[in-house]
Design a protein around this ligand. Structure first.
Ligand code: ATP
Length: 322
């Protein structure tokens, strides 16, 4: 396991038993048997795994929402199982179902949450940044899935947390909202926030994560930076050799959509750092090189990977449905 300079969360040998369960003749069920991870300040750490791998259980233990059965957890230097309100005020949690009161209206709700903190993020700023002004008069119950997501993110951020937990942050978001949320996550990371996210969208993890942990069956199965994971030896039968990822650096803000149209996915993963994923052919590379020549652009740190994170994930966790 790596050791970031300034960890916000360390989990060591987590064990979680649930039950006793009638379906198991009154026995306990071990749903997490050995999970360890470290998340750093100013980094996005992704926790990936197939359905039922133990991601939610692990993160709920880290947040103090579930009691662990074994192992150690340190969140901002404290044990979340015994810490008080002070620790909770330094942690933001965005749950997938929002956990928002159905009858509340977005802006009064955010103002109410802001009132609980000494130095909250200005509500008007969050409302504008996350496009909440377009539905500020609609009750939570009537919001669309993507609107609820954005409101839940605003509610998680209003207390200016040091650590932010995001469960499927782009679920239900249209491409515009997704880009907006990703820009905000990138900015929060630069400001020093420690961000821990779970997602089933490998593309999101590939674009956002500084470090990735993959768990399966309640234990760690792989970890590394996205680059390190992409360099793993592929499984013989991966069947996905045609998907490639090209990464390069150039000046920020390039619009490559005309030269590399969909379904090729282009993302500026960090300022001036680009990732191009899809069934790339020599023709795509030639078109890109011609475009660079026409614009007088000389890319740097360029590499072509034979696989995407999704290929690596399927190699590691197998193709069987859980
Ligand atoms: N209270 C419980 N009783 C019985 N089984 C449970 C309980 N809590 C969790 N489990 C089981 O533990 C396993 C891990 O669940 P968990 O929700 O942590 O997985 P996950 O990785 O978040 O999955 P998903 O990707 O589907 O959200 C699952 O098989 C789940 O059914």
């Amino acid at each position: 396991m790596r050791s970031p300079q300034s960890p916000v969360l360390s989990i060591n040998g987590l064990v979680k038993d649930v039950g006793p369960l009638a379906s198991l003749d009154g026995k306990m069920l071990r749903v997490v048997s050995d999970v360890s991870l470290i998340a750093g300040r100013g980094e996005v750490t992704a926790l990936l795994g197939p359905n039922g791998a133990g991601k939610t259980t692990t993160l709920e233990c880290a947040q103090g929402l579930q009691r662990r059965s074994g192992g150690t957890i340190s969140l901002l230097g404290e044990d979340p199982a015994s810490a008080g309100a002070d620790l909770r005020s330094r942690v933001g949690v965005m749950l997938q179902d929002g956990g928002l009161p159905p009858s509340a209206k977005p802006v009064p709700l955010l103002r109410h949450v802001a009132g609980l903190y000494a130095n909250p993020w200005p509500v008007e700023d969050l409302v504008e940044r996350l496009g909440i002004d377009t539905f500020s008069r609609t009750g939570v119950r009537r919001l669309s899935g993507g609107q609820k997501q954005r409101l839940a993110l605003a509610a998680a951020l209003v207390g200016r947390p040091e650590v932010l937990f995001l469960d499927e942050p782009s679920a239900g978001l249209d491409p515009q909202s997704r880009a907006l949320v990703f820009d905000l996550i990138t900015e929060l990371r630069s400001s020093g926030m420690g961000i821990i996210l779970t997602t089933h969208l490998m593309d999101d993890a590939q674009r956002l994560a500084d470090y990735v942990y993959i768990i399966d069956g309640g234990r760690n199965v792989a970890e590394g930076t996205v680059q390190q994971l992409l360099q793993r030896e592929p499984a013989v039968d991966s069947g996905s050799e045609h998907v490639r990822t090209l990464v390069f650096e150039a000046q920020p803000g390039l619009d490559l959509s005309a030269v590399l149209p969909a379904p090729i996915a282009v993302a500026e993963t960090r300022v001036g750092s680009y990732s191009v994923t899809g069934a790339l052919t020599p023709g795509h590379l030639a078109a890109l090189a011609a475009w660079w020549e026409a614009k007088g652009i000389m890319p740097a740190a360029m590499s072509l990977q034979a696989r995407s994170l999704e290929d690596v994930f399927l190699d590691i966790s197998g193709k069987d449905i859980r």
